[in-house]
Structures are given as structure tokens and as C-alpha cells.
Design a protein around this ligand. Structure first.
Ligand code: SAM
Length: 287
């Protein structure tokens, strides 16, 4: 495991933040690295954002420049810092029950359809494919538990992300007011435990048990039992045509025929004709 360099006085540790310059060619280095590894296209307009996120890492490691940091993270043996760099550059915004129409559609259309088609004891299998800190996966757990209550059906939810830090937070399941903004007081009371010292609300154990979090890069294929529903929301927007096509190939391979795919509010599939039929904006069904 790579550890951070210890704090010590050296010429490079005397570098003040103001002296660190982030050039266009530095931006290019990190744009190329991000695209190669994750498929994410960091827009030129994000130069200031990239600089401010990486500055913290450059300073923590006491390196003299951003290009030295790039050399450091891409050198053999620095996998942990490489991961920290990727994580500093991903956007993890999310909250419970984001995009209300999707949850209404799940309960009002997907669940009734599914229940008509499967044996009475079948598990509903769902994948939150860019889960960030877990709000989406636990929203699924709440909606499915409520939608299937009184039946013999079970619920199985996989939740994945490329960023291990957000996954650690997801597994703890502790949330502050921002994440919980769309929840009704009743839902909060039923599925969360208020922690002492105002340190947040924790998702109750019976829901946490339904969700398995693990790291996965959507640019890579995966295998396993097919899903009835895949949420692939607010991640395709970061990819270009080629990396989006790769992700779609991998995601489609994990959805059962007749299964549902839900994208983020601003996302669409380019090629609607082939594997998916269009249901309504952002919602598709595998043929
Ligand atoms: C904006 S969040 C979306 C969270 C949630 N799906 C939602 O809609 O509220 C995007 C997430 O995609 C993840 N991500 C970006 N590129 C990825 C990749 N190649 N593979 C897996 N996850 C990725 C980021 O780490 C981030 O947590």
C-alpha cells in the first residue's frame, strides 16, 4: 500500500500554494489520464475546478508542480494515490429520491408489471450502477420494500461506483440534511435512526442488508445474474460517444430481456433502435 510522504522540511515543502501554477498542458495530462481510465471527458472549462481539487493532493505530497504530481500518480507502485487522484476528479452529487418521476414510475408501472410476470417468491434484482454515496441504492431499497410489502418477494440491490471513498460512506449509510431533503418525516422515521449529537441519520440495518456496495469501473465488463432494473443516472453525461457506447454495451449485457433501464434527467441513448425500446424520456426497456 502506498503511504503519503511524511511531513518534513525540504525545498519542495517550502512551495506555497500561490506558486503552484496549473498550465494548459497540465490540464491536458489529467484530461488524458481521466479519459483513459474512466471514460470521463473533463471539459476545458473545468480547468479551475480540476486545479483546485488537485492542489490539495499536490500540497499533501509536497510536490513542486502539477506535472510532478502526474508523474507521481502514474509511476508504478503508486496505485493508492492514482485512485485518490481519480476520486478527486469525479463528481458525486446525489440525494435520496432524486428525480421524483423515476420513483413514481418504479412503483406505478415497473413493479406491477414485474409482479405479474414472475413467480410469487422471486427476488427483484436491481443495480445502482454509479451509486456515489448510496442515496440512490437506499432509495431503491425503501421503494422496493414498500412496493413489495406483504408479498413473498425478496429484494437484491447491487450498488457500484469507481470511487472507493464514496462507497465507504455509502456502506456506513449516515446522511445529513442535504441528502435527506426529499424524504417525508414519515419515511425518515420509518427507515432511519437519528444519531446522537446531530451527527446525521443512519439507514436502518434491515435496509442496509439489502444493498451490496462494491467498486466497479463501468468501462469494464462484469458478469452475474441479470437484473430486472438498472439505474444508470447522471454518469453518462461525463462520457463522450465512444466511452458511452462501451458503458452501454456492458450495462445492456447485465439487464434481462424485458428489464428496465433508467437514465439521469438530462441523459438519452443515442441509438434507440437496437437493444432498447424507448418508453418515455430517460426510461427504456430491453427488447
Ligand atoms: C453524479 S454521481 C451520480 C449518483 C447517482 N447515480 C445519482 O444520479 O444521484 C456520478 C457518479 O459516477 C461515478 N463514476 C464516474 N465514472 C465512472 C466509471 N467509469 N465507472 C463507475 N462509476 C463512475 C462517480 O464516481 C460518481 O459517484
Amino acid at each position: 500500500m502506498t503511504t503519503l510522504m511524511p511531513t518534513r522540511i525540504s525545498p519542495s515543502s517550502l512551495t506555497t500554494p500561490a506558486e503552484l501554477h496549473f498550465s494548459d498542458s497540465d490540464m491536458k495530462l489529467f484530461q488524458e489520464m481521466m479519459y483513459r481510465e474512466t471514460g470521463i471527458r473533463l471539459a476545458d472549462a473545468k480547468q479551475n475546478l480540476v486545479q483546485s481539487r488537485l492542489r490539495k493532493r499536490v500540497e499533501a505530497l509536497q510536490l513542486p508542480s502539477f506535472s510532478a504530481y502526474h508523474a507521481y500518480v502514474t509511476a508504478p507502485g503508486h496505485q493508492d494515490e492514482f485512485q485518490a487522484c481519480l476520486e478527486a476528479l469525479t463528481t458525486n452529487e446525489t440525494f435520496f429520491f432524486r428525480h421524483k418521476q423515476h420513483w413514481d414510475f418504479l412503483l406505478g408501472t415497473i413493479m406491477p408489471h414485474w409482479r405479474q410476470q414472475v413467480p410469487a417468491s422471486a427476488d427483484f434484482r436491481a443495480w445502482s450502477a454509479a451509486s456515489s454515496t448510496g442515496e440512490e441504492a437506499y432509495s431503491l431499497a425503501i421503494a422496493l420494500t414498500a412496493g413489495l410489502s406483504g408479498s413473498a418477494h425478496g429484494v437484491h440491490i447491487d450498488a457500484t461506483d469507481i470511487n472507493t471513498q464514496v462507497l465507504e460512506r455509502a456502506a456506513r449509510g449516515i446522511y445529513s440534511a442535504y441528502a435527506l431533503q426529499k424524504l417525508t418525516p414519515r419515511c425518515l422515521k420509518q427507515y432511519f435512526t437519528k444519531l446522537p449529537d446531530n451527527s446525521g441519520h443512519q439507514v436502518q440495518e434491515q435496509l442496509r442488508r439489502l444493498v451490496s456496495f462494491r467498486q466497479h469501473n463501468l468501462q469494464q465488463a462484469s458478469s452475474g445474474k441479470p437484473y430486472d432494473l438498472i439505474l444508470l443516472r447522471n454518469v453518462l453525461i461525463y462520457f463522450d460517444g465512444e466511452s458511452k457506447a462501451t458503458v452501454m454495451r456492458h450495462v445492456s449485457a447485465r439487464l434481462r430481456s424485458g428489464g428496465w433501464l433508467i437514465l439521469g434527467g438530462a441523459e438519452t441513448l443515442n441509438d434507440r433502435s437496437s437493444e432498447f425500446s424507448y418508453v418515455r424520456p430517460t426510461i427504456y426497456r430491453k427488447r
